[in-house]
Write a protein that binds this ligand. Structure first.
Ligand code: SAM
Length: 266
């Protein structure tokens, strides 16, 4: 069977990398695991023999059918339920078992929809405790970036708002068939949403972060003014938070964004 590049099909062929991905999830014996894009089962096989429950979610009809045959109760896998579905439409909350018990999520992601998948996981944070994901190296650099670096941006703060991220290891294109044009990095995301600790409300705070990062070349102050905040109020709030008037959003840690947001609200 050929690979479909429009579905981001680059199949992993490095058994050591597979073991490292599975190990990074931790103990699976009592857990429900959701695998995004199982493809030809490079990672699925090891998950199916270890996890209490496994839900591989595959969009490709032909691959999903083969997976259903291979991981059926008759073949010794009553714990596996293959979902032939678009992961962007998958209901993570409904997949928790017992209901409310957070999921583990894993996947060598189809790169053409990496950001939508990451944002979908963030929106499903209440149902997930940990994710181990393979993404394009540049994306991993962004989601694990520190303030003041070139890679730090809206995607960074959005993910880190839902939990700590850490890069684990990087693979060359030759680890896949067919080889992609980019290097790939596996990162771990331990979910622990920070809204209570930062004393901010989820939706308005995320909307505020979007305004702060609206234009990369502009200062934070200019971005906020472009969002129709009065110049004097912006200047005062920055001063209250000891943020220099020429500061860019790319230099602020989440705690400072939260402080600034609370200052505007008070
Ligand atoms: N896990 C396999 C591996 O590591 O070899 C395959 C990874 S491949 C990079 C991405 C997989 O995601 C493909 O099997 C592709 O068909 C599937 N896929 C693409 N778009 C998808 C979507 N929207 N929802 C679910 N699966 C999708």
């Amino acid at each position: 069977m050929s690979s479909k590049s429009r579905l981001g099909q680059n199949f992993l062929r490095d058994p050591q990398a597979v073991q490292r991905v599975i190990a990074a999830l931790g103990d699976l014996t009592s857990r429900t695991v959701v695998e995004i894009g199982p493809g030809k089962a490079a990672i699925t096989e090891g998950l199916a023999t270890r996890a209490a429950r496994l839900i591989p979610v595959e969009l490709d009809r032909e691959l999903a059918w083969i997976l259903q045959e291979r991981f059926s109760p008759e073949k010794g896998f009553p714990n596996v339920t293959v979902a032939r579905q678009d992961i962007l439409e998958f209901d993570f909350a409904a997949a928790t078992q017992p209901p409310g018990e957070p999921l583990l999520v894993v996947g060598n992601l189809p790169y053409y929809i990496t950001s939508p998948i990451l944002l979908k996981l963030a929106a499903s944070a209440a149902s997930i405790s940990r994710a181990v994901l393979m993404v394009q190296r540049e994306v991993a650099d962004r989601v694990t970036a520190q303030p003041g670096t070139r890679e730090y941006g809206l995607l960074t703060v959005t993910l880190q708002l839902y939990g700590a991220t850490e890069a684990l290891f990087t693979l060359p294109p030759s680890a896949f068939v067919p080889p992609p044009e980019v290097h790939s990095t596996v990162f771990r995301w331990n979910f622990a949403p920070r809204f209570t600790e930062l004393a901010v409300e989820e939706a308005p705070f995320i909307a505020f972060l979007k305004q702060c990062f609206a234009q990369k070349r502009k200062t934070l102050s200019n971005n906020l003014r472009a969002a129709r905040m009065p110049a004097q109020q912006v200047a005062q709030a920055l001063e209250t938070c000891a943020i220099p008037p020429q500061a860019r959003a790319e230099t602020l840690p989440l705690t400072q964004f939260a402080q600034l947001f609370r200052t505007f609200q008070s």
